[in-house]
Design a protein around this ligand. Structure first.
Ligand SMILES: Cc1ncc(COP(=O)(O)O)c(C=O)c1O
Length: 404
């Protein structure tokens, strides 16, 4: 009992997740999910054939994603997160290129701003990494991509919402380059996957708009608002799986095709995403996306009114990065006020700053409480500087008085 009490104390000491402004993982849980989550705790997603509800969740996710991304001849594979989806995408591309194009020493072209997981996955699969440089506004320089392609290049990657700066690569240009050189295009839509299809943006993102698009990863536990442990891999062709997925036969439900990497894995991510898709639907996710963009504009205005520099990234990504004087002190001040965040050196911008991620249900808290706290910090700072200046101004008089 004593030990359990200690665990409770640990939990109580933790930051409030509503005040975590540095992560993309959702803070939302649908009440229906909360009520039923226990029923899914000990089911194994790989055994889905035995559970009709799990089959239905995956089917409804696939149908919804096909409406958004139009990979009608393909498949939406549920995974534990974008990292697993990326590993699978690179693996399927590597196997297909080996079989069809006899490429045995494959390479992949990644943007400088790609997330850590992309580099790690390519490295684990022994795919050589070629680094494309950044061009306009910190997005991938498409000329450098063209210059890097050689006969062993299997894939180029564009990002729809980068982690640190929230930029979006020129996906149309990457698709054209991929077509000209007969290589696959992959989009990392971990962040933008549940935002871009719901709003009017000039960014093409469907398999119909981008003929070279081979695969795309999305984190369901980011703006899909699923509980952690939910990723998606969208593949253009089902036949990729027919050829390169594996099978196991020992499960209670007989032979199962294994499209993901994990064998035993939690169905909670899939369950919560399926519930959210039913609950929000196209219209709900659109409203959410519009709300992130509105809140972002407002936060940007308030920061700029305090003379703080803001890097906005794409208009449509739900985050911004700011930098200002006394940053370390500000970060500590915000920690004391219960805000979970950190300063870091943004790759590409070479500026130390703080990222604010705008998530569902957190918008007003960020627009009001966080902005007020930042404003208070700088007001205290200015007034203490004023009083310090006044003190040094008053000093001579004091000295004069003392002399008398
Ligand atoms: C752009 C991007 N790609 C991939 C990932 C990896 O995603 P996950 O944490 O779902 O594995 C992240 C994580 O934040 C990300 O920001």
């Amino acid at each position: 009992m004593e030990n359990i009490h200690k665990i409770q104390q640990l939990i109580n000491q933790e930051f409030d997740e509503m005040k975590n402004i540095g992560t993309f993982t959702g803070v939302y849980c649908h009440p229906f999910v909360e009520k039923n989550v226990f029923r899914y705790l000990n089911k194994n997603l790989v055994d889905k054939k035995g559970y009709s509800s799990m089959m239905e969740f995956e089917r409804s996710i696939d149908t919804f994603m096909k409406k958004l991304y139009k990979h009608y001849d393909g498949k939406t594979i549920t995974t534990s997160g974008s990292t697993e989806s990326l590993l699978l995408a690179f693996y399927y591309a590597r196997e297909q290129a080996k079989y069809e194009r006899k490429i045995t020493k494959p390479n992949i072209i990644l943007p400088e701003h790609a997330h850590y997981s992309l580099f790690k996955c390519a490295q684990m699969l022994e795919i050589e990494i070629k680094h494309a440089s950044n061009g306009i506004n910190h997005t991938i320089d498409t000329k450098s991509v063209e210059a890097l392609i050689d006969r062993n290049t299997i894939m180029i990657v564009g990002v729809m919402g980068s982690t640190e700066l929230g930029v979006v690569d020129d996906l149309r240009a990457l698709d054209v380059i991929a077509a000209q050189h007969n290589v696959y295009l992959h989009i990392d839509a971990a962040i933008g996957g549940f935002i871009f299809p719901f709003i009017n943006t000039p960014t093409p993102h469907t398999f119909q708009q981008l003929p070279s698009l081979y695969s795309m990863n999305i984190s369901g536990h980011k703006f899909g608002l699923a509980l952690p442990g939910c990723g998606l891999l969208l593949l253009r062709h089902n036949k990729t799986l027919d050829q390169y997925a594996g099978h196991v036969s020992y499960l209670s439900t007989g032979i199962s095709r294994i499209e993901s990497l994990m064998i035993t894995s939690s169905p909670i991510g899939v369950f919560s995403l399926a519930v959210n898709i039913k609950h929000f639907g196209l219209r709900g996710y659109r409203e959410n996306a519009k709300e992130y963009i509105r809140a972002k504009e407002n936060i940007k205005k308030r920061l700029e009114a305090m003379d703080i520099s803001v890097f906005n990234g794409s208009l449509y990504t739900p985050q911004l990065f700011f930098y200002a004087e006394h940053l370390e002190e500000l970060s500590n001040y915000l920690k004391n006020k219960g805000w979970m965040q950190n300063t870091y050196l943004a790759k590409g911008l070479e500026q130390e700053g703080i990222r604010i991620v705008i998530k569902y249900g957190q918008e007003l808290l960020l627009e009001n409480d966080l902005m007020n706290d930042i404003e208070d910090f700088y007001m205290t700072k200015t007034s203490s500087q004023h009083s310090a200046a006044n003190e040094s101004y008053e000093q001579p008089f004091q000295n004069v008085e003392e002399e008398f």
